[in-house]
Design a protein around this ligand. Sequence first.
Ligand SMILES: [Zn+2]
Ligand SMILES: [Zn+2]
Length: 625
Amino acid sequence: MKITVHRGTDQIGGCVTEYESNGWKLFVDYGEQLPGAPTSDKALEIEGLTYGNLRKSALLITHYHGDHIGKITDLPPELPIFMGKISKEIAQELSEHLSSVSEEHRSMAERLDSVKTFSPGEEFSFGEFKIMPIVIDHSAFDAYAFRIEGKGLTVFHTGDFRTHGFRSSKLPKVIEKYVGEVGYVVCEATNVNRPVATIKTESELQKEFESEFRDSRYNVVYLSSTNVDRLFGLYHASVKAHLPFYVDAYQKRIMDIVAGRDNIWGKSRLYKYVDGKEPIVLQRDGAAFRVTDKFSDFLEEHGFVMIARANDRFDKFLSKIPKNGKKTFLSMWNGYLDRSKTAYNPALAQSIGTEYEYLHTSGHCDMASLDRLLDMLKPKSIIPIHTDNPQRFADLFCEKWPVILLEDGESFAAIRDPGFDTTTAKVMAFQEPDNSCEVIENPENLQWWMVDNKFLGEFQWWDDADSALHHVVYAPKRLLGYAIESDEDMAPFLYVVYNPDFTEHSEYNEGGHDPEDEHYQTDGEYTPGQRVLAVIDEMLVPCEVVGPVTVDFLRKDFNKYGPRSEEDFQEYKSELWDWDWDKVVIRPLVKIKTEYGEISSETTAQRIYIFPYKTSSTNEDTPSL
Ligand SMILES: [Zn+2]
Ligand SMILES: [Zn+2]
């Protein structure tokens, strides 16, 4: 499967990701770029999506936010598009509502008519792909992550999500039941600049609103009309504070789409109206909201929670209703009111004025929660998108997970391990030893480590493995190097180890390494007595080189627990692999007992796994090689 991020490796919004397998193409999201995005002036030209043969292509929409769906009207009409059922209904309501405003929304309403829907937890197929839609908590309702499987290789595409919403507690169970462990994760990283989990939960926010509504009887709240969970949270907060809840007809229709559909969410009461206390719809007189004396008196007497949006109609209406003690809240990202930001919204700034309180929580996850999700998914590596700081994301996660940093348009092409004929790539780092090993002797008090091998996966071609390694960030302070191993049919086994700067450290090329053969230790550059770091039993041990592995050494080793017949030795020797003859005899300078037993005072290491000796830096805690 080939993963290409056409857009979104270095910006929030407008992400377009492609999964390709054997000509089948599955795209995820096709939205607008947020204002000021680096490539906002560049239209995408993607074969199989914007042009060319579309017969093996489909587009999945994670959710109805404009930065994920907003540009689907530009796509060829024959391209099949899939999204969640309720998500589609809300998107239709929104675009029909805005149809009077612009032609663009009118064509969006038309395009949405032909969009196919999927259901949460119900896997469906498209060509070679199997797609499992996973409902995820976000500031858009009915938002999805996808588990995408192509030829046995699985990827989890998170979409926009968070773990601090009303419905988030179900996530671990859902992941366990419908996703399990995956090969790779393509994840959103919006909040990368806010790594510490300081984000308040949607429930905490609801309680704050409730206490505000108990204190102040006249309340106006500005929020996004499609932030359904916030809307219902505010509704229930106002019911608990004994205040009538007012919305306009459009907002009520959005609420009605969700209300009573709680079968999706089990027994949740969040999306149910309380009997006799349904949201009250503001009446209209032509273009304006009707404000009679009677209505004004009613508002004055009973108080209110009014859900408002930045427009003329609401501005006029709000100027006519009780002003004394009226409190205004902003319950959406305050970047819209920050003049220094490209997302600055002058209409909102004008409507809300300067006297307002900011009560909001993010629709995106904090990085600590993302880390917990990754612990469940256990990917080989992760690819961040929907972020304006991929490097910071890599810095945050690369100690634990290999992070693949792609540029827009670049691909990562892994395959499932077919058992043979593979090219594998791995990143090697060193790490502090754990309790599974014990030092028996260390007269010089030398530093030693364990080897940390991270498999990036299997690849069809050497170039794909090489490209993956050139894009990976993993534990830079502990990095030992990279390795590619290729065992393609009809080709000799080839193993290349690279230094962290990608210069070649050593290679093993199969063939002719027997003592009588022409390649016997030809590339052995080590001189007897030289100090090296050698990988022995997954340990990185300071050693002294004795010399190339010889028949005499092997005979001595074979007889180390008592003499055995020469005949047995010859049989043992005849079964050795070419690879065994490419070893170096070494003398460990630290005597260690590992789970495999005590390391001998003279043993062997694969030549490609012998690294130049370096002492640790002066700081004992941060060894550097
Ligand atoms: Zn987004
Ligand atoms: Zn979103």
